[in-house]
Design a protein around this ligand. Structure first.
Ligand code: FAD
Ligand code: NAP
Length: 542
């Protein structure tokens, strides 16, 4: 058997997490290999090329802050950046910091096993490579394992089919076609208005309606960019200390409970937030995510807007979300989503009351009708948070697999590490604020914490770090308790694992706030990595 190559660290994934991890480890003088299943950098923004794909965190917030030069030189063009623009940015970063030379593209990691004897991770890829490493960093993404369609009859479908999360690189032209889209989450809500402009007819198969707020997207003026760049450092610091990774001046999280203001004041505030655009309406009152009555008032305001925009009252009613408190599923941000239903070539098909029975060779059949379609778009989301990790065979001490360990709850300490899996780190893992934040802020915080930890180990002669089982249990209980103090568990959301049959029902991200979480992580490090067991390097006995 040929000798495996050895590096200090294997990093899995070359999205924003993996790229920054590589950069930081290089600066520590360490050797790394990044494995990336895609053929380029960018992660989410490499894969999700569907029409209308766009970030709903403002461009000047959704970018790296680690390099003042980078942040000064890069010019964003729109308030909310489109997928092609973010992908250009990711490529620019890869070039600027010469990252590609340590990235193996088109290579998927299939297994990572901790060899207790050698105290090394043994990582294997689908290209037949094996590498050993002291550290293994999972930068595999929270929303990178597409939920595969499992409709009966799919194999026999004669038309074209697409998944928003694995969109082709070549342009897809729907001109003159009858198109069906299944799903009405964020991906569908962004792509529906675009597909409707091209298709001969678009049928939207909606199971559960979602709350969506207008983006009010616009070009960024030079003056705005200049003024932001002048105070960028201070602005970034505010983002780091904020609840959601977005500075207070942008989100303005109200301290006022909704029922403590008059109905007129409440309406004015909601109108103001609606006119601002984006998801800021969720932050209009202090208790929107914790008090059902407050939440109902905001939700009703949004339903009123839907009824105002959509001409046909029956369609409007079908589009009004009614099964979850607003904000407890990822709020959607759109460009003319509800307006699209006023087009003659768009039909909304409610598949909650009349479920899809199967895909036929010609299209989609529900209990009551058959729709002939030239193309079907699956906008059915992801096996989020844990999917990308569990699709690999990850084994820790004693051959324990991550799948076994996470059978009931995805146990982590700080969302960063897993007891029984020494020297393995997860970037924005379950139990961290991750998907409840501007992810760029959370990614940078994790990557910096991990690289500082590794630097500390190198400096003090520690070879192994591992979360203690007690610290992990305590963290899992804390994440759960904070989650339960909110309305989030009331929704059948992917945050709860509800979109994937058989997945444990548990609120997976940490809603304690990005700033508070950062403080906790910093305290843990300051106290000599509280809750971790650190083992010194073994001294060779001659
Ligand atoms: P990813 O970008 O997901 O990168 C992970 C990479 O790991 C992928 O390229 C994948 O191919 C690779 N990988 C996974 N498993 C393996 C394996 N076994 N072997 C090799 N490679 C592997 N966040 C926000 O904050 N604001 C937004 O508005 C926003 N919009 C989004 C829109 C969409 C359509 C989606 C899907 C997500 C959005 N997100 C948003 C979340 C987004 O995922 C993060 O902001 C960020 O891009 C995550 O970066 P990452 O590097 O952690 O993960
Ligand atoms: P999603 O939010 O999970 O939505 C999936 C949709 O598919 C839901 O409407 C779901 O209906 C439907 N669906 C799934 N299986 C179905 C079935 N068998 N039959 C009928 N309908 C089915 O996925 P997503 O839209 O890809 O978004 C995932 C996350 O990615 C977002 O929440 C967000 O975090 C991120 N994202 C962000 C943006 C952005 O604006 N920045 C854009 C895209 C994605 P049910 O609700 O009934 O299950």
């Amino acid at each position: 058997m040929s000798e495996s190559k050895h590096v200090d660290a294997v990093i899995v994934g070359a999205g924003f997490s993996g790229m920054y991890m590589l950069y930081r480890l290089r600066n520590l003088g360490m050797t790394s290999i990044v494995y990336e299943a895609g053929s380029e950098v960018g992660g989410t923004w490499y894969w999700n090329r569907y029409p209308g794909a766009r970030c709903d965190v403002e461009s000047m917030e959704y970018s790296y802050s680690f390099s003042p030069e980078l942040e000064q030189e890069w010019e964003w063009t729109e308030r909310y950046p489109s997928q092609p623009e973010i992908l250009r940015y990711a490529n620019h970063v890869a070039d600027r910091f010469d990252l590609r030379r340590d990235i193996r593209f088109n290579t998927r990691v299939t297994s990572a096993r901790f060899d207790e004897e050698a105290r090394r991770w043994r990582v294997q890829t689908d290209q037949g490579e094996e590498v050993t490493a002291r550290f293994c960093v999972m930068a595999t993404g929270c929303l990178s394992a597409p939920n595969q369609p499992k409709f009966e009859g799919l194999d026999e479908y004669e038309g074209d089919s697409y998944h928003t999360a694995i969109w082709p690189h070549e342009e897809v032209d729907f001109t003159g076609k009858r198109v069906g889209i299944i799903g009405t989450g964020s991906s569908a809500i962004q792509s529906i208005p675009q597909i409707a402009k091209q298709a001969d007819h678009l049928y939207v198969f909606q199971r559960t309606p979602n709350f969506s707020m207008p983006a009010h997207n616009h070009d960024l003026s030079d003056e705005f960019q200049r003024s932001m760049k002048e105070r960028y450092r201070e602005h970034r610091q505010q983002a780091r200390e904020s609840a959601f990774g977005i500075p207070f001046e942008v989100t303005e999280i109200s301290q006022q409970p909704a029922l403590e203001v008059t109905p007129e004041e409440r309406r004015e505030e909601l109108k103001r937030r609606w006119a601002t655009g984006g998801a800021t309406i969720i932050a209009s009152f202090a208790d929107v995510l914790t008090d059902k009555e407050a939440n109902d008032l905001v939700a009703e305001f949004v339903r009123e807007r839907i009824r105002e925009v959509v001409d046909d009252p029956e369609t409007a009613e079908l589009l009004c979300p009614d099964d979850h408190p607003i904000g407890t599923k990822r709020p959607c941000v759109d460009i003319e989503y509800f307006e699209t239903y006023n087009r003659d070539n768009v039909s909304l098909i409610g598949v909650r009351s009349d479920p899809i029975e199967r895909i036929t060779p010609k299209g989609v059949r529900t209990g009551q009708a058959e729709f002939e379609l030239d193309a079907i778009v699956f906008a059915i989301g992801f096996d989020a948070m844990t999917g990308a990790l569990l699709r690999m065979d990850i084994q820790g001490r004693g051959g324990l697999t991550l799948k076994e360990k996470w059978q009931d709850v995805p146990h982590t300490y700080l969302g960063l590490t897993v007891s029984g899996f020494p020297n393995m780190f997860v970037i924005t893992g379950p139990g961290s604020p991750s998907v409840l934040s501007n992810m760029m802020v959370s990614i940078e915080q994790h990557v910096e914490w991990v690289s500082d930890c590794i630097a500390h180990m190198n400096e003090h002669g520690f070879e192994i770090i591992e979360a203690s089982a007690d610290a992990e249990d305590e963290w899992v209980q804390h994440v759960d308790a904070v989650g339960k103090s909110t309305l989030y568990p009331l929704a059948n959301s992917w945050y709860m694992g509800a979109n994937i049959p058989g997945k444990p029902r548990v609120f997976t991200p940490y809603i304690g706030g990005v700033g508070n979480y950062r403080k906790t992580c910093d305290e843990v490090a300051r106290e000599g990595y509280r809750g971790f067991e650190l083992e010194p390097e073994r001294v060779a006995v001659s």
